[in-house]
Design a protein around this ligand. Structure first.
Ligand SMILES: *[C@@H]1O[C@H](CO)[C@@H](O)[C@H](O)[C@H]1NC(C)=O
Length: 346
């Protein structure tokens, strides 16, 4: 998703034209580039640099998002949460509420469910769309770090394998998506450097099944300026003020948007053979990659776009359940062929 130079140059162009500051969170979320890594030099960080210009609100003609014949998650989606490491309940609640809001019609517009409805515009060759129904089916808690406080990418799959083997989560083919959420102190390979989250599918040799999954980490203690933008901004963006997080925790509120990013891509490209741009399936540019850093109308090139503020000055663009508010990046709409969110002004 980060190796197609021609696509990246096309994507870079609008940013250059805007003469904007470089965007901080390279590779905020991405399909697991394990395969890509085999063909790139170890320690090669150009991916993070290039992906930094990979989002903008605009022109349809430059983006060739294509369908590659694989399935999307068209059955009602059962999310299985794996809380890895010591997670205070107060930090879990906004993340859980966000996921539960994705198919909750009650909150007023612009709502999280309306945000998901752009993801549900994607369909596969059977004519089935991504499901509007997203449920949190079960949760596993692993506060004592059974695989250690520092996970490799493959160890994330082993955490899932453990949960399935222990019977704490079921094997749910066709409907299940497994989300590994690492606590503030847990480090993950490439976290903060090349990724803030990733999604992929599990290998039968490691897990016994092919199941779509994603990892997202709490970056608050590690790299909020990289992974919790715009609630923290890197020093080179001096002059751009950090926004106040709507749920009061920079790491959690930043994680909500990365989680949304990964889930949108997981649903539309669960086996990395459905919706993505670029010719290289080992480096796909997916529907949320195209809109990284865009949260409202006019967004792009280091500007979030127009978002709202609550009475305490905290920024948000979505309403959710329990009166919660969230700030979540937009995703690419196959209908308007631009980044889109329910707080769009037109
Ligand atoms: C399903 O996808 C098609 C094609 O993008 C879209 O026109 C339609 O509105 C979608 N249906 C729902 C229920 O979202």
């Amino acid at each position: 998703m980060i190796c197609n130079l021609s696509l990246l140059l096309l994507l870079l162009l609008p940013t250059l034209l805007l003469a904007a500051s470089p965007f901080p969170h390279g590779g905020k979320g991405k399909a697991d580039p394990q395969v890509a890594r085999m063909s790139s030099k170890p320690g090669d960080d150009s991916s993070g640099l290039l992906s930094s210009s990979k989002r903008y609100e605009g022109s349809s003609d430059l983006v060739h998002l294509r369908y590659h014949m694989g399935p999307v998650l068209s059955s009602p989606i059962n999310l299985y949460l794996i809380w890895y490491g010591p997670w205070p309940a107060a930090l879990q609640a906004p993340l859980r509420d966000f996921l539960l809001s994705l198919s909750d019609p009650a909150p007023p517009p612009p709502s999280a469910a309306q945000w998901w409805s752009t993801v549900a515009l994607y369909s596969d060759q059977t004519g089935a769309n991504v499901s509007h129904r997203v449920a949190v089916a079960a949760e596993a808690h692993l506060p004592r770090l059974p695989r250690g406080a520092s996970l490799s990418r493959l160890a994330v799959q082993l955490v899932i394998a453990d949960a399935l083997a222990a019977g704490s989560l079921p094997v749910d083919h066709g409907r299940g998506a497994y989300l590994v959420l690492t606590a503030p102190g847990v480090t993950v390979q490439d976290f903060c450097r090349a990724a803030c989250g990733f999604h992929y599918f599990t290998f039968p040799s490691l897990v016994g099944h092919t199941l779509p999954y994603a990892w997202v980490g709490h970056s608050g203690l590690q790299c909020p300026d990289v992974c919790a933008y715009p609630f923290a901004v890197p020093t080179y963006m001096a002059g751009v003020g950090a926004m106040r997080p709507p749920n009061g925790d920079v790491g959690v509120d930043g994680m909500v948007s990365v989680l949304a990013h990964e889930l949108a891509e997981l649903a539309t490209n669960p086996l990395i053979n459905a919706w993505y741009a670029g010719e290289d399936p080992t480096a796909p540019t997916e529907i949320a990659d195209l809109c990284e850093g865009v949260y409202g109308s006019g967004g792009g090139g280091g500007y979030t776009g127009q978002v709202s503020k609550d009475e305490l000055g905290r920024s948000y663009n979505l309403n959710g359940r329990n009166g919660r508010r969230f700030l979540v990046q937009w995703v690419w709409s196959p209908v308007v062929k631009a980044c889109r969110g329910p707080n769009a002004l037109d």
